[in-house]
Design a protein around this ligand. Structure first.
Ligand code: PGA
Length: 255
């Protein structure tokens, strides 16, 4: 199970050190890891290097992923970060198509597909976000929205697979109405997503479905369902390292 902390545009070096100091006091990380529970941290890009170094220094078994990457390989793209730069820093993967990037920075389904292709070509694990707005859910268009967002990305995944890529891909269902609102999807909603993905992909994707949207260490308990969801993308709640510890403690005791 993957627990991805999306720090968004928060934290600084002092806060990161403090966060890792708190997590380092926990002695069960390697046991949790060997039982399949992995913490993944996603800092702002300027702190990827610092975070990766601090994790190595403390010998913690966490993965580091980016929050975004450029859809182009290299060149005149002022302000962007490339897949090779992420690789160079020892980053394992990258969150793609987060609704904040789509809504605030004009990212399209085509951009997300191009970024996924590039990430796979460099063995960077893509965590592809998708999800409907409240209006789309109310008008019962949500399943079409998922398909529209996922289909072009899936095409690229198939091309990469045909070219020999074995890099895993995670699909993060993040309904826009649940992000930062305190409202979480119900387990039935997540089961519906799993069913839709099965139709789009033509096979079961339970090994790759994550859920995100107002997850807390408490709400986790009702959302965990083995065989339906493989992990979670957590924003606000995981800015607090104590909440991360509580979440892992709860999860690993879950039947
Ligand atoms: P949230 O954010 O947990 O604060 O709702 C989740 C996300 O946007 O990935």
């Amino acid at each position: 199970m993957l627990m991805v902390a999306n720090w968004k545009m928060n934290m600084d070096r002092a806060a990161i050190s403090n966060y890792l100091d708190v997590l380092s006091r926990e002695e069960r990380w390697s046991r949790w890891c060997s039982n399949g529970y992995r913490l993944v941290l996603s800092p702002p890009s300027v702190y990827l290097d610092f975070l990766a170094c601090e994790i190595r220094k403390r010998e913690l078994p966490f993965w580091v992923v980016g929050q975004n990457v450029c859809a182009h390989e290299k060149g005149a793209y002022t302000g962007e970060v490339s897949v090779d730069m992420l690789r160079d820093l020892g980053v394992s993967g990258v969150i793609l198509g987060h609704s904040e990037r789509r809504r605030l920075f004009g990212e399209t389904d085509a951009h997300v597909a191009a970024k996924t292709a590039l990430a796979l070509s460099r063995e960077l694990v893509p965590i592809v976000c998708f999800g409907e707005t409240e209006a789309e859910r109310l008008s019962k268009e949500h399943a079409q929205v998922w398909e529209r967002q996922i289909a072009p990305v899936w095409k690229e995944v198939l091309k990469a697979r045909a070219a020999g890529s074995e890099t895993p891909v995670y699909w993060a269902y993040e309904p826009v109405w649940a992000i930062g609102t305190g409202r979480t999807a119900a387990i039935d909603d997540i089961r519906e997503v799993a069913g839709s993905l099965r139709e789009i992909f033509g096979h079961d994707c339970s090994a790759g479905l994550l859920y995100g949207g107002s997850v807390t260490d408490e709400s986790l308990a009702v959302l965990v369902e083995k065989g339906t969801v493989y992990g979670f993308l957590v924003g606000g709640a995981f800015l607090d390292s104590e909440a991360v510890l509580r979440a892992f403690d709860n999860l690993t005791h879950h039947p």
